[in-house]
Design a protein. Structure first.
Length: 73
C-alpha cells in the first residue's frame, strides 16, 4: 500500500482552513448577538447586529449542509 502524501496534505490543509472559517463565522455570529443585546440595553437599534449574526449562522449552516451533501452524494 502506497500513501499519496501530497493528497493527504491537501486534504489536511483544506480541512484546517474550513474548520477555522466555520469557527470564525460562528464566533462572529455570537459576537453579533451580544452586540445586539448591548445596543438594545442602551436604547439603540440592534437590527444591523442581528442581521449580521443571522447571516453568519446561515453561512455556517450552509457550509455544514454542503459538507453533508458531499459525504452522502
Amino acid at each position: 500500500m502506497k500513501i499519496d502524501w501530497a493528497a493527504l496534505g491537501s486534504v489536511f490543509g483544506v480541512s484546517l482552513v474550513a474548520t477555522v472559517a466555520l469557527v470564525g463565522l460562528f464566533t462572529l455570529g455570537v459576537i453579533g448577538l451580544s452586540k445586539q443585546e448591548q445596543a438594545a440595553a442602551q436604547g439603540g437599534s440592534a437590527t444591523l447586529a442581528r442581521t449580521g449574526a443571522y447571516a453568519c449562522f446561515a453561512l455556517c449552516l450552509a457550509a455544514v449542509a454542503y459538507g453533508i451533501y458531499l459525504i452522502v452524494v
